[in-house]
Write a protein that binds this ligand. Structure first.
Ligand SMILES: NC(=O)c1ccc[n+]([C@@H]2O[C@H](COP(=O)([O-])OP(=O)(O)OC[C@H]3O[C@@H](n4cnc5c(N)ncnc54)[C@H](O)[C@@H]3O)[C@@H](O)[C@H]2O)c1
Length: 487
């Protein structure tokens, strides 16, 4: 059986043993997705502009990596933010077995009432409503005994809402990004470690079927040494950004007036990071950003938005395409892109490449939308559709949950994310995504600003794990387990 080169790792963690070859006859290898572990990195980056300072842990806090949830029979859930996303996720929080949505909160009290009506309309006990002020969320957290708080407010509130949830004794699932500043990211890491509560990104795309297939193929050696990846969030949001009432108080468009940054690359970055075992044997090390001119939003407004619209007082400064080139400790490169301001079909890219093959998503090669080319199975410089590979490498979550997830948001991955969070909490498992993953995936937001401020020089990505990244451990590539029965 062919084995890929693996370098012994400085870790005491067990490595998952090779498994039997599957139908494709790939040599099944260990958990480590890429094989450059421990290999000295040659000069990938010219010079790093500013070293990231790693603050010392205070008060005897310890790592939350590999920390299981305390098992609970029923997960009591409170929601903060009941706009497009919060209401979109509400059904899933109610429907997953073993949950009780006990409290709902929105600064707009009528939205809390609508959400409570919806829960009651599904035959469940009516959650208590909190709303009417920007302190309502705190009142909810002070009053309720919640196991999980789900935050779907505008980005500027995520840090405050997430931290308050931890301090109130709940775990926190936060929409993207968990925070927008480096000191806020550190604060969430430290607060999670101090309170012993998990805070994590509700990163639904990490549970996408193609993304999880790509992850499994990478971890089983299909691509050989994984050396590079390319992901992003390329979504023409122009009409929604200017649609009155869609983003409450125009919050999302206003970010484009404030800074030049990669606001939201995580949907494409996170699956690449998972396939590369970031924080599980490798880590993001440096980031270099570029930004194009800001043209798309002003051009759209010029053509489609009436002159008396309030947006005409705004100046858009965020580059249409912001690209982050990221290097990893083990010598890999990742290109993470963000573009919501120009006409284009939707894509998160999802490209992974290694010494023996390549996976590319969003190219429409067959019903999966993805294509693949891997030695020695393919030849003739001809792409293959990914469906046969997906049959073999389909993640257990999709095999088990395809039925219940069908019809759910974003092709079912929203439900799979919610099911998995609840299952882990009810079973007392270690979360697939932890505060360190979340901080690393969101760090490009502030780091892209820092790099651009320095004329496009590389900046260091902080090691939020404080050295724990060297230890191999399971993440999204989990082993199958059942949802506990509801008693
Ligand atoms: N993962 C995904 O696929 C996905 C999809 C859409 C949106 N999102 C994320 O979800 C979040 C919300 O986006 P959205 O489109 O729902 O925006 P939205 O404007 O529709 O909803 C935001 C809600 O938060 C409420 N709110 C604002 N301040 C509040 C406060 N202090 N306390 C309580 N409620 C407050 C608003 O009244 C509003 O109802 C964003 O982070 C966005 O990036 C994620």
């Amino acid at each position: 059986m062919t084995r890929f080169l693996t370098t012994p790792r400085p870790t005491e963690e067990p490595i998952i043993a090779d498994r039997d070859p599957g139908a494709f006859g790939f040599s099944r290898r260990n958990l480590l997705g890429g094989l450059l572990a421990g290999v000295a990195v040659t000069a990938v980056v010219p010079s790093v502009a500013n070293a990231a300072i790693i603050p010392a842990r205070k008060g005897g806090a310890t790592s939350m990596a590999n920390e299981p949830f305390e098992a609970v029979d029923v997960v009591k859930i409170g929601l903060i933010g009941l706009g497009n996303r919060g209401m979109g996720m509400l059904n899933g929080w109610v429907d997953v077995p073993g949950t009780a949505v006990t409290a709902v909160c929105d600064i707009r009290a009528d939205r809390a009432t609508t959400a409570a009506d919806r829960v009651a309309g599904k035959g469940k006990p009516r959650p208590r409503e909190y709303g009417g002020s920007d302190e309502s969320f705190q009142k909810m957290l002070d009053t309720e005994e919640l196991d999980l708080v789900y935050v779907a407010t505008p980005w500027e509130f995520h840090h405050a809402h997430g931290k308050a949830a931890l301090l109130a004794g709940a775990h926190a699932a936060i929409e993207l990004p968990i925070a927008t500043e480096l000191d806020e990211l550190w604060d969430l890491v430290d607060t999670s470690e101090r309170t012993r509560k998990h805070l994590f990104l509700a990163e639904n795309c990490s549970y996408g079927r193609n993304e999880l297939t790509m992850l499994k193929m990478a971890h089983e050696g299909v691509f050989g040494d994984v050396t590079s990846g390319h992901g992003g969030y390329l979504h023409d949001l122009r009409s929604l950004l200017f649609a009155d009432g869609y983003y409450t108080d125009d919050w999302r468009r206003l970010w484009h007036t404030r800074s030049t940054a990669s606001f939201y690359p995580m949907h494409g970055l996170a699956p690449i990071a998972a396939a590369m075992d970031i924080n599980r044997g490798d880590r993001l090390e440096t980031l270099t950003a570029t930004a194009t001119a800001a043209r798309g939003l002003a051009d759209y407004r010029e053509r489609f938005v009436p002159r008396d619209h309030r947006s005409w007082k705004e100046e858009y400064i965020n580059g249409d395409l912001v690209t982050c080139m990221i290097t990893t400790a083990n010598g890999r490169t990742i290109r993470a892109e963000h573009n919501v301001s120009q006409p284009r079909p939707y894509s998160r890219i999802n490209t992974l490449e290694g010494s023996r093959g390549i996976f590319e998503d969003y190219v429409g090669a067959d019903s999966t939308g993805a294509r693949i080319y891997a030695e020695p199975y393919h030849g003739g410089d001809t792409w293959r559709g990914a469906s046969a590979m997906r049959t073999e490498f389909d993640h257990w979550l999709w095999k088990d949950l395809e039925g219940p997830a069908a019809g759910g948001g974003h092709g079912g991955m929203d439900y799979i994310l919610q099911w998995r969070i609840v299952q882990q909490m009810r079973s007392g498992l270690v979360p697939d995504i932890d505060v360190y993953d979340s901080a690393a995936w969101c760090a490009p937001v502030p780091l892209s600003v820092m790099s651009l401020d320095k004329g496009g020089k590389p900046v260091e990505v902080p090691d939020f794990t404080r050295g724990e990244w060297k230890k191999l451990r399971l993440g999204l590539d989990s082993t199958r387990s059942a949802m506990p029965a509801v008693v």
